[in-house]
Design a binder for this molecule. Structure first.
Ligand SMILES: *Cc1c(COP(=O)(O)O)cnc(C)c1O
Length: 426
């Protein structure tokens, strides 16, 4: 399919292009393995001399079709699915870092990613420096070291809802010779395509808006193909030096712009195996077919709910980048002109206890450990997703102790507002 095709058409059509007599709908290749006629044919696949399917831990046609669709939506050259957003973030970093390396990350990121970077990567010998993403270029640049291998941030942070100045981050990353990795989960490529602003790698928790129906945990990694690994060959030996586990093949030489995703597939997925099940990929694809319809409805509803909350006396503060009062309004106008996402953060007068009473009184909005699906849902990060963080870390992650994360669904906005109103009256 040509690059000119618009996002709406990509959502519906890209990825699976059946030939004569093949199923119109993307089939679920629910098979661990694939048949060959000679032993030599299979051997060539293992040596990466030919591409082809042989074992679903590495690649599966259903998964690849969906990855191709996501790559097209983001405007990237290659993509892969992973079993979760967590594994997508882990692979995105681990593909270019090993013990003794260092990354710089915005501090305002998803709690799970904060733990992954600050605790688990540390155990593997990879250090992270968290920076305030709203800091100046000079301030953020100070965090870089000779062994720094990547800069990381979220387009719209979960749950603080900070909007990332992607161009600024890309300049900082590139002037330090490293790629910018952006988690685009909340914005989705319908509202923002980070590659157009200089990001090099995009990651997703497809569990959220992409699936959209809360059926399947999943993740994706997309490569823009723009970062020149060979220009910084000494920093990225894993991509630019021979891989002993494939008889000395060098990824950048053999795979060009596909080097990064190929390495993550044939090396990390082979060895660590966080594969998405083809059935989940099938469900994800159905979600993607309506992403372009659902995302604008989430944004319209969230705008109405945010405006309602802002004028309500019981509400202490509201953070939604579609409100003129938001610190991120200008950045959102630039990077997210069609709307940001359906998630709103707010606090009630009276703080934590009032927040919990309010949440317990909601009827339509359910308390769930989830966000960004068709049904309105709500969570108190300080008591739930971010429980493990100290108060100091909470503030650093942009999560006020009284913050309520309200994920506006695609129901009728009047009904959502009526539910909030009755719960505030309790
Ligand atoms: C949920 C989420 C993740 C983790 O994804 P899972 O699919 O739950 O593993 C990572 N980043 C962001 C921004 C998220 O919202």
């Amino acid at each position: 399919m040509t690059k000119k095709i618009k996002p709406e058409t990509i959502c519906v059509q890209a990825g699976w292009e059946p030939k004569k007599g093949e199923p119109r709908v993307l089939p679920i290749y629910q098979s661990t393995t694939f048949r060959y006629e000679t032993s030599d044919q299979m051997a060539r696949l293992f040596d990466l001399e030919e591409s082809g399917y042989f074992y679903t831990r590495l690649q599966n046609p259903t998964n690849d079709s969906v990855a191709t669709k996501i790559a097209a939506l983001e405007g990237g050259v290659a993509a892969m699915l992973t079993s979760s957003g967590q594994s997508a973030n882990f692979y995105a970093i681990f593909n270019i870092c090993s013990a003794g390396d260092h990354i710089v990350s915005a501090s305002t990121i998803y709690g799970g990613t904060f733990n992954l970077f600050g605790v688990t990567l540390k155990k593997l010998g990879i250090e992270v420096t968290f920076v305030d993403p709203d800091g100046s270029e000079e301030e953020i640049s100070k965090a870089f070291q000779p062994n720094t291998k990547a800069l990381f941030g979220e387009t719209i942070s979960n749950p603080g809802l900070n909007v990332l100045d992607i161009e600024k981050f890309a300049r900082i990353a590139h002037s330090n010779g490293v790629p910018l990795i952006v988690d685009n989960t909340f914005a989705t490529p319908i509202n923002c395509r980070p590659f157009e602003w200089g990001a090099d790698i995009v990651v997703h928790s497809t569990t959220k808006y992409m699936d959209g129906h809360a059926t399947s945990v999943g993740g994706a990694i997309v490569d823009s193909g723009n970062f020149d690994w060979d220009a910084h060959a000494d920093k990225f030996p894993g991509l630019t030096q021979p891989d002993d586990s494939y008889h000395g093949l060098t990824y950048t030489k053999s795979f060009g712009k596909n080097a990064y995703i190929t390495k993550a597939t044939v090396q990390l997925m082979r060895d660590l195996g966080s594969v998405q099940s083809p059935f989940n990929a099938f469900l994800l694809n159905i979600g993607l077919e309506t992403l372009h319809l659902r995302v604008p409805q989430h944004c319209r509803n969230a705008q109405q709910v945010a405006e309602y909350l802002e004028q309500n006396d019981k509400v202490a503060w509201v953070n939604y980048s579609g409100l003129k009062s938001s610190k991120y309004y200008d950045l959102a106008q630039k990077y997210l002109p069609n709307g940001s996402c359906g998630v709103i953060a707010f606090g009630l007068k009276g703080g934590r206890d009032v927040a919990i009473k309010f949440m317990d009184s909601l009827k339509l909005a359910a308390i769930v450990t989830h966000v960004a699906d068709a049904r309105t849902c709500v969570l108190h990060p300080a008591s739930h997703t971010h429980r493990q963080l100290s108060d100091e870390q909470l503030i650093e992650a942009g999560v006020a102790p009284d913050l309520i994360r309200f994920s506006v669904g695609i129901e009728n906005a009047d009904d959502i507002i009526a539910d909030i109103e009755q719960a505030l009256g309790q």
